[in-house]
Structures are given as C-alpha cells and as structure tokens.
Design a protein. Structure first.
Length: 432
C-alpha cells in the first residue's frame, strides 16, 4: 500500500534517509583522505599509485553502470541500497584487518577502492530512483538541498577527522569510521516504513536485461537536455577527478603540510559544497532553474585554476579558496540538475536514465586517475593540476552554448513518450 509522502518537516522516512546518508558520507569522506594518506605515508606511493587509487573508485561505473540501472528499475531500490551498504562495510573492513595482520599492501588498497566503487554504482543509482518516493514532488529541491548540504558538511568534517585520526592513530584503523557509517546507513534504511512511501513506479515488462539497457541509452541519446548533462558531466568529471587525484600528494610533497593540516585544508575547501547546497533553492527561485544552472556552473569552473597556483606557507590557502568556489558552483548546480531530472524523467525509467548518464559522467573518471598519474610523473604534479583545472573551467563555460543558454526555466513537465512497436523506448522534449 502506498501513500502521498507527508510534507518534508513531518516526513520521518526522509529524516531516516537523510541521517543514514549523512553518517555514511562522513565515513566515506574520512576514507577519501585516509586511503591516499596510507598510500603516501606507509608505502611511499607516487603519482601512478595515487591515480590508480582514484581511478579504481570510478571504474565500476563504466563496467556495471548500465546493468545497475536496469536492475534497479525492476527491483526495490531500498533493498538494493541496503545490500550495497552491507557489501561496502565488508570491503572497507578488510583494510584494518589486513593492517592488523601485517599483510596490507598497495594492491589491496586499490582492490578495496574498486570494491567500494562497485557498491556505490548500485547504491547511487537506487538512491536517485528511491528519493521521489520518499518526498513529495514539490519538496524535491529542498530535499536535494538538504542531502547535498549534509554531504558537503560531512566533506568538511570527514577529511579533517581522517587527517587527525591518521596523525593520532594508525592510518589503516581510521577507516573503521567508514565501516560504522555504512552500517548506520543500512539501519536507517531498514527502519523506513514502506507503507508511508509514495507509489512505486510500474515495473517494466520482463524483458531481457539488454533490451532494458538499450532503452535507457536511447532516452539519454535522444533528449537534448539529458544528452548535454551526460556529455559535459563526463568531461568535467574527467578534469575534476584528474586534479582531485593529486592534491594529497601536492599538499604533502610540494607544499610541505602535515597529515592533520592536509585534512584541514581539504575540509575548508569542502565548505563550498555546503554553501552551494544552501543557496541552490534561493538561486533557483531568483533566476529560474535554467538561469541558476548557468551562473552556478560559471562560479564552479575557472576558480579551479587557483588550486594549482598554491605555494608553500600562506600560499597554500589558494587550495582552500579555489576548492570553496568550485564546490559551491558544482554542488549548487547538482542540486538544481538532480531536482529537474527527477521531475523530467518518469519514475519507471529513472534508474536506467540515471545509470546511462552516470556511465558517461563517471566512466571517464577511472581514465582520469590513470592519466593524472601518468602526467604527474611526466609533467609534474602542479602542472597536471593546472591542466586538468583549465579543462574543467572550459567545460563549465560551455553552458553558454547549451540547450538552456537562454531563458529562465528548464521544461516543467515530463518528457513526451514515444514508442517503437508496443514498447516505450524514449522521449523527446517538446520544448525548444
């Protein structure tokens, strides 16, 4: 039995969803800085291994993404997320265990990152499909703003906590916080009351998985808005991951910071994401969602170059300043874009379209880690960060040749269905 979700302020299911996600992200952000710090401080890893670690997290999107979207569309997304949480906790838990047994290696760290990436493919795809059932349509912007804001707040706390834990305790034991976070997310999801959720989308016909995958690809390929978001997201994420693979190495070796200071600098940078989530709804109300997307992307683009211009001493502050501005623009735009997509794409296709876009968005990221590692070795770490930051800036400014380069709002109604034979396969926007 389904119901209309209550208003956000009285929605206990959303509060459980929100709390579990926040705790889980705190652990994940701790691990984001701890894994590279283990590699650098315990194994003296260079740019190649740092790029490999970054790439391993995102490679599963390229391999599993399309399959995950079809799987989520014909499954219960809440159960998919719960299973992913348990699997992630088990994978991350092998790191402190191997450390305690004195058998931890760099390849083990890479494989752990790869395993976490596999669970994230299913969790994140299901997450997008599930949220519209947890909150009412009119509350999507506010819900996404709170979720992105909490993620950003945890990004502020996580690296700082991780850096301090590494400085006080053994680096490998710091990832225990991530295990706790995944288990907390599982428990929160388990306590959600299904009878209070919005109606479940109609299940797609029992067709071969390949046909369902092809359907999702066709939708994204034909729709000009989804296609633009997917393609530019892929290029931008390539650049962001490229320079994001090297800051720990850059801060430790080029700027001479201690682990605790590395966490602090990265945490300060994450303030931008919190600000972006905070201003997204107000900016949308002021400029419309198309206008908000344009100017948030401009805000989140060119300042990335500041990171590569940082110098030892007080000059290290440029890393924080650049990261704040990039985070503010990127996260703010993500809030607006995700809310639009959840309204624009009907629920029964949301898993497949999300996964197809994610393959393009995230599929470039493992390659970026490898390219950044190779370029860092060949050109230098600073030069690679500057090159990747410039690419991200150019991609962000491409918004002025986008399908929403003018006008106040993106389409407010779902895309039109079109059919091939008896099967709904894709839609085209009627808005020009």
């Amino acid at each position: 039995m389904s119901a209309v979700p209550p208003p956000l302020g009285a929605n206990s299911n959303f509060r459980l969803f929100w709390a579990g996600e926040g705790i889980s992200v705190l652990g994940s952000m701790t691990t984001t800085v701890v894994f590279p710090l283990i590699a650098v401080t315990e194994f003296d890893a260079g740019p190649f291994w740092m790029g490999l670690l970054a790439g391993a997290i995102w490679l599963p999107w390229l391999v599993l993404g399309l399959f995950a979207g079809a799987w989520v569309d014909r499954s219960d997304p809440r159960r998919v997320m719960m299973a992913a949480d348990l699997a992630a906790a088990a994978v991350v838990g092998t790191v402190p265990l191997a450390w305690a047994l004195d058998v931890l290696t760099l390849p083990h760290l890479v494989l752990a990152a790869l395993g976490v990436g596999c669970t994230a493919v299913f969790f994140r795809t299901a997450y997008t499909a599930f949220l519209p059932r947890v909150v009412a349509d009119d509350d999507l912007e506010h819900a996404n703003a709170r979720l992105f804001g909490t993620e950003s707040a945890m990004q502020i706390g996580g690296p700082g906590v991780g850096g301090l834990l590494v400085q006080v305790f053994s680096a490998a034991y710091a990832v225990v916080l991530d295990v706790v976070g995944y288990l907390a997310s599982f428990l929160c999801l388990a306590r959600i009351r299904p009878e209070e959720l919005g109606p479940a989308p109609e299940q797609p016909p029992r067709r071969p998985m390949v046909a369902l995958v092809r359907e999702g690809v066709a939708i994204v390929a034909r729709d000009r808005f989804l296609r633009y978001f997917a393609l530019t997201g892929g290029v931008s994420n390539f650049a962001l991951t490229g320079y994001g693979a090297l800051p720990v190495l850059f801060l430790v070796r080029d700027l001479g910071l201690e682990p605790g200071s590395v966490g602090l600098v990265m945490a300060v940078g994450a303030v931008g994401g919190l600000l972006g989530a905070t201003v997204a709804t107000g900016t949308t109300a002021w400029l419309g969602n198309a206008g908000a997307l344009r100017w948030l992307q401009v805000l989140g683009g060119p300042p990335a170059v500041l990171i590569g211009l940082a110098q030892p001493g007080r000059g290290a502050a440029l890393v924080g300043i650049g990261s704040v501005l990039v985070g503010m623009g990127v996260v703010g735009a993500n809030v607006v874009r995700r809310s639009f997509t959840m309204r624009y794409v009907p629920a029964d296709l949301l898993g497949r379209t999300t996964a197809t876009s994610a393959v393009l968005n995230f599929g470039t990221m493992p390659l970026a880690g490898l390219v950044a590692g190779a370029l860092g070795t060949w050109l230098g770490v600073r030069e690679t960060i500057l090159l990747m930051a410039a690419l991200h800036a150019v991609c962000s400014l491409a918004v002025f040749v986008s399908p929403f380069r003018a006008g106040r709002d993106l389409p407010g109604q779902p895309m039109e269905r079109w059919t091939s034979g008896s099967t709904a396969t894709a839609r085209k926007s009627s808005v020009t």
